[in-house]
Write a protein that binds this ligand. Structure first.
Ligand code: NAG
Ligand code: NAG
Ligand code: NAG
Ligand code: NAG
Ligand code: NAG
Ligand code: NAG
Ligand code: NAG
Ligand code: NAG
Length: 471
C-alpha cells in the first residue's frame, strides 16, 4: 500500500529517477584481476589517443580504481606480527611453499601456533601454498597497493582535464602512506621477505624479492603523474620517492639476497630486473633503467626460450601453464621498459635458440591448461596475447581469434586500454554479451567515464531531492 503523506509528484519523480538511472548506468565491467606485471608507456596514456575504441575498457579501469580505493590505504605497519628486528616498519612475509613437520618435536598434543613456527622444521612442497602465510598480509597489501597506484594514476591520466581529482589524490596518498609518512612507511629493504620458519634465526630469503615484483606498475603511475604534471604530485613527494627508490636499489644490489636473486635463471631473474629497472625510472635514472632491462636480454632471456617457444625452466615447475604465463609477463615488462628507454630492438632479439618473446607466447597459446588442472590460469595469459598483438601486429587476425576463443568479453578488460594499437578490430563475434558491450561503447557520449558516472549520481540525487520537496 502507498504510505500516506506522499503525493503523486513524489512517486512520479521517483519513477523518473529510476528511468534516468537505468538509462545512464554504465555497462557491466569485468571483475577485478591483478596482472602479474606490466609497464605502461606514460606518453600513451597522456596522449589521449584510441579513446573511442576502448571506452568500456576505460570504464573497467576506473571501476577497478574505485574498488581498490575502498580498502586503501595500505601499510606494512598494519600487520599484527612484527619482524624479528622488532621494527614495525620492516616488511615481512613467510615463504609460501614451506610446511611444518612436527613429527620429531614431541607433537603429541596440538602445539600453539607460535610454538609450531619456532620449534618444527619446515619442509618444501613446491607449488602447494601453506594457507597460514596469509596471516601476514604485507605481500598481498603490496600487490593491492601497486594496483591501486597503477589504476588510479591511469584513471587520472585518461581524463582530459588534468586538475586534482580523487584519482590523483588517491595515488599520491597510497604512495605517501606506504613509502614516505614517518608513521607508516616501509624501511627500504627486504631483510625479512619469505622467511622460512623453524627452530633457527629467522631471515628473509632471496626468493622473497619477488614479493615486490610489481614496481613497474608503480613506475608507470609515477611517470604519468610526473610527466602529466599532476598538481597532487608535489616536488616533495617526487624527491622523497626518488630517494626511497635509491636506498632500496642499493639494498637490491648489495645484499646477499639481492645478489643471489640477480643470478636466478628462471622467472625470479626476469622479475629481479623488472623491479630494478622500474626503481631506476622512479629515481629519475633513465639510463640505468635501460641498462637493467637490457641486462635481462643479454643474460637470463638468452637461455629461457627453446626454438619451439617452450620455456623449460618454467615447464619444470608444478604449475607449468601459470609459470609460463608468469615469466612472459616479466619478459614483456622488461621489453616495454627497454623500448620506453630507447631500445625497442629487444622485441626481435633472438634467444640462443633463435626464439623471441613472440615465439614464447605462440607456444604458450598451444598449451592445454586443463591437462595440468590450471584452467583458471588462462586469464593470466590473455593480457599478454593482446600485448604481443599490440607490439608485433596481428595481420591475419590470429591473436584476436585466440582471445575470442580463450576469454569471451575480453574487450572490456582494463588491459585493453593500453595494449593499443591492437591493429585489430575490437568487435567480437555475434555473441549476446558482446553486442551489449558495443551499445555501451557508443551510448556514453562524454569523454570521461568518471564525468558520466558523476552526472548519473547528480541526476539521481536531484531526482530524490525533488521527490522530497514535492511531496
Ligand atoms: C573512432 O576511431 C576511429 C579510428 O581511430 C575513427 O576513424 C572514428 O572516427 C572514431 N569515431 C568517433 C566517434 O570518434
Ligand atoms: C601435530 O600433532 C597433531 C595431533 O597428532 C596433528 O593433528 C598435527 O597435524 C601435527 N602437526 C604438525 C604440523 O605436524
Ligand atoms: C587485496 O584486494 C583483494 C581484491 O579486492 C581483496 O579481496 C583483498 O582482501 C585485498 N587484500 C589486502 C591485504 O588488501
Ligand atoms: C646466497 O647463495 C649462497 C650460495 O648458494 C648461499 O650460501 C647463501 O645462503 C645465499 N644467501 C641468501 C641470503 O639467500
Ligand atoms: C639494444 O639492446 C640490444 C641488447 O642488449 C643491443 O644488442 C643493441 O645494440 C641495443 N641497441 C641500441 C640502439 O642501443
Ligand atoms: C586438454 O586436457 C583435457 C584434460 O586432460 C582433455 O580432456 C582435453 O581433451 C585436452 N584438450 C586438447 C585440445 O587436447
Ligand atoms: C558506434 O559509433 C560508430 C561511430 O559513430 C558507428 O560507426 C558504429 O556503427 C556505432 N556502433 C553501434 C553499435 O551503434
Ligand atoms: C585494514 C587497515 O587496518 N588498514 C590501515 C593500514 O594503515 C593505514 C595507515 O595507518 C590506515 O589508514 C589503514 O586504515
Amino acid at each position: 500500500m502507498v504510505p500516506s503523506g506522499h503525493g503523486t509528484a513524489f512517486w512520479s519523480t521517483l519513477f523518473l529517477t529510476f528511468i534516468v538511472l537505468s538509462l545512464l548506468v554504465p555497462p557491466p565491467v569485468t571483475a577485478f584481476f591483478s596482472l602479474a606485471n606490466d609497464f605502461v608507456d606514460p606518453s600513451y596514456i597522456l596522449s589521449g589517443k584510441y579513446k573511442n575504441q576502448t571506452q568500456v575498457a576505460q570504464q573497467t579501469l576506473i571501476a577497478w580504481a574505485n574498488e581498490l580505493n575502498v580498502q586503501a590505504p595500505w601499510s606494512v605497519t598494519n600487520k599484527t606480527y612484527v619482524a624479528p628486528s622488532g621494527d614495525k616498519h620492516d616488511y615481512m612475509s613467510w615463504s609460501p611453499y614451506w610446511w611444518p613437520d612436527c613429527s620429531r618435536v614431541g607433537n603429541t598434543t596440538v602445539l600453539s601456533l607460535q610454538t609450531e613456527w619456532t620449534t618444527c622444521p619446515y619442509v618444501n612442497r613446491d607449488g602447494r601454498i601453506n594457507p597460514d602465510v596469509t596471516m601476514i598480509k604485507d605481500d598481498l597489501s603490496f600487490q593491492n597497493l601497486s594496483d591501486g597506484i597503477f589504476y588510479n594514476a591511469m584513471a587520472w591520466g585518461l581524463q582530459s582535464d588534468r586538475g586534482s581529482t580523487v584519482y590523483s589524490r588517491s595515488a599520491v596518498n597510497f604512495i605517501n602512506t606506504w613509502f614516505l609518512n614517518p608513521d607508516t612507511k616501509m624501511n627500504p629493504n627486504l631483510d625479512y621477505a619469505q622467511i622460512i620458519r623453524g627452530p633457527h634465526q629467522w631471515q628473509g630469503s632471496q626468493y622473497g624479492l619477488i614479493d615486490l615484483k610489481c614496481f613497474p606498475k608503480i613506475a608507470s603511475a609515477i611517470l604519468i603523474l610526473r610527466d602529466g604534471k599532476a598538481p597532487d604530485w608535489t616536488p616533495d613527494i617526487d624527491t622523497g620517492m626518488a630517494s626511497w627508490a635509491k636506498e632500496y636499489i642499493n639494498w637490491l644490489q648489495t645484499s646477499a639476497q639481492g645478489i643471489n636473486e640477480s643470478r636466478s635463471t628462471n622467472n625470479h631473474g626476469t622479475f629481479y630486473e623488472n623491479q630494478l629497472a622500474a626503481l631506476k625510472l622512479i629515481s629519475g635514472d633513465v639510463t640505468g633503467a635501460n641498462q637493467n632491462a637490457r641486462a635481462y636480454f643479454s643474460n637470463q632471456y638468452l637461455n629461457q626460450i627453446s626454438a619451439n617457444g617452450k620455456q623449460p625452466l618454467e615447464l619444470a615447475r608444478t604449475r607449468p601453464y601459470h609459470y609460463s604465463a608468469f615469466n612472459i609477463a616479466g619478459m614483456i615488462t622488461n621489453g616495454r621498459i627497454a623500448a620506453y628507454t630507447g631500445n625497442s630492438s629487444v622485441w626481435n632479439l633472438p634467444s640462443l635458440s633463435g626464439a623471441t618473446i613472440k615465439t614464447a607466447v605462440d607456444y604458450a597459446i598451444t598449451m592445454n591448461a586443463s591437462a595440468t588442472n590450471e584452467t583458471p590460469a588462462i586469464d593470466e595469459l590473455t593480457p599478454y596475447i593482446a600485448a604481443v598483438a599490440s607490439i608485433y601486429g596481428d595481420p591475419n587476425g590470429k591473436y584476436k581469434t585466440q582471445l575470442d576463443t580463450m576469454q569471451s568479453g575480453w574487450q572490456s578488460e582494463a588491459w585493453v586500454v593500453w595494449n593499443q594499437p591492437l591493429k585489430m578490430d575490437l568487435s567480437s563475434p555475434s555473441s549476446s554479451s558482446s553486442s551489449s558491450l558495443a551499445t555501451g561503447t557508443n551510448s556514453s557520449s562524454t569523454s570521461s567515464s568518471e564525468k558520466s558516472m558523476g552526472v548519473n549520481l547528480l541526476l539521481a540525487l536531484m531526482g530524490l531531492l525533488m521527490g522530497c520537496f514535492l511531496q
